[in-house]
Design a protein around this ligand. Structure first.
Ligand SMILES: Cc1cc2nc3c(=O)[nH]c(=O)nc-3n(C[C@H](O)[C@H](O)[C@H](O)COP(=O)(O)OP(=O)(O)OC[C@H]3O[C@@H](n4cnc5c(N)ncnc54)[C@H](O)[C@@H]3O)c2cc1C
Ligand code: SF4
Length: 331
């Protein structure tokens, strides 16, 4: 690990004042410190934002909810408002990583963490994402990689929180010394063909200062399912967030987003179309799950993800339609 300075910021303005070339923001530090140990990130100064007050609150406003970027995954998972109104998000945060990590990790850091591709994480591999010529996953160990949009770089987006937040139409607020901008999370996260070197449009002088989920329509119910390879301490190999706007047993509108499937959280529009206007039962849920995977292009070692996704999508649709609020899969 390279030597670095430590600076505590007590306000967002102090973050701006402390920012220098080569500095990095540290929230929980779970991902950033890993990247430093792996030799992938070499910041000259860490700006600790953990002590900034006001960025660690959840509050309801105008029928929706605002979540500060410093709220931990454990707090999101336990919050009564999130659990009852935004169930899929509570389940996703509650199933990520381990209890110890969820107590350290912030939701902002979760959205901004770097990909888990083992070639990316190994400083000996100078792959395309790091400016090299080759994507080693294409011919190599690609069992955990993308089954959609995997031609250029086959990472899967690592954030569990992003999957339900996108399904719910969340936006984020980014603050810089000159302005604040609001961006739909779905647009903020970008695929490798837009920019190979980064996973989002965060500017070098920007701080993520808020996550907003709009009021969900009446009758909206959500659910999230994660499948890992083992039952604890594991990343998802497949995950899905479903939001259904229900009128009795009929679905007025559906939002289905897959995680661990593509370089960005993957909106399964084909499944959404199948569900719209339908009475939700098992055959309809299965049909939607099959449609969701129609355009998948698995690599040499990850075709197993197709039936896996079909199973968890079917189950998540049925659970959302029935208003189930507990579960969520492996933990
Ligand atoms: C064993 C293990 C299992 C895991 N399993 C899962 C899992 O199943 N699902 C999952 O989603 N994650 C999983 N994780 C990842 C973990 O959830 C993330 O590393 C964590 O959420 C990152 O949050 P943090 O607060 O520690 O971020 P940090 O490490 O502090 O920051 C991450 C990045 O975000 C930037 N950053 C942070 N906050 C801000 C801000 N407000 N504004 C601008 N930039 C900011 C930092 O500069 C850094 O680049 C796992 C991690 C481990 C070690
Ligand atoms: S998937 Fe992306 S990060 Fe992984 S080796 Fe290929 S180019 Fe690098």
């Amino acid at each position: 690990m390279n030597p670095f300075e430590w600076a505590d910021a007590r306000s967002v303005d102090e973050v701006f004042a402390l920012t220098v070339k080569g500095s990095a923001i540290k929230a929980g530090g779970v991902d950033l410190v890993d990247l430093m140990k792996e030799g992938i990130a070499r910041p000259t100064r860490l700006i600790n934002i953990r002590r900034i007050s006001g960025l660690d609150e959840i509050r309801e406003e105008n029928g929706g909810v605002k979540i500060g970027p410093l709220v931990t995954l454990a707090t999101v998972a336990a919050d009564p408002v999130i659990r009852s109104k935004y169930t899929a998000l509570a389940l996703a945060c509650g199933k990520a990583a381990t209890p110890q990590i969820r107590n350290m990790a912030t939701i902002g850091g979760n959205l901004l963490q770097r990909p888990r591709c083992w070639y990316f994480r190994n400083e000996l591999f100078h792959c395309r994402k790091k400016g090299g010529e080759i994507c080693y996953a294409q011919q190599g160990e690609n069992q955990y990689h993308a089954i959609f949009n995997n031609g250029l770089c086959a990472i899967v987006h690592p954030s569990a929180a992003a999957t339900p937040l996108i399904a719910m139409g969340a936006t984020i607020e980014l603050s810089s010394p000159k302005r604040k901008r609001q961006v739909p999370l779905e647009e903020f996260i970008i695929p490798p063909m837009v920019n190979l070197k980064t996973e989002n449009t965060l500017g070098g002088d920007e701080v993520l200062t808020e996550i907003r989920i709009p009021a969900l329509p009446p009758g909206a119910r959500s659910f999230y399912l994660k499948q890992g390879e083992k039952e604890s301490f594991d990343w998802p190999i497949a995950e899905v967030a479903v939001v259904l706007e229900m009128e009795t047993e009929t679905c007025r509108r559906a939002s289905v987003v897959l995680g661990a499937a593509a370089p960005t959280p993957h909106r399964a529009s084909e499944a959404e179309q199948v569900l719209q206007g339908q009475r939700i039962d098992e055959p309809v849920a299965r049909k939607a799950a099959q449609a969701a995977l129609k355009m998948a292009s698995p690599m040499s070692k990850n075709a197993y993800k197709i039936p896996l996704f079909q199973t968890i999508i079917t189950r998540a649709i049925l659970a959302a339609s029935q208003g189930v609020t507990t579960g969520g899969g492996e933990a």
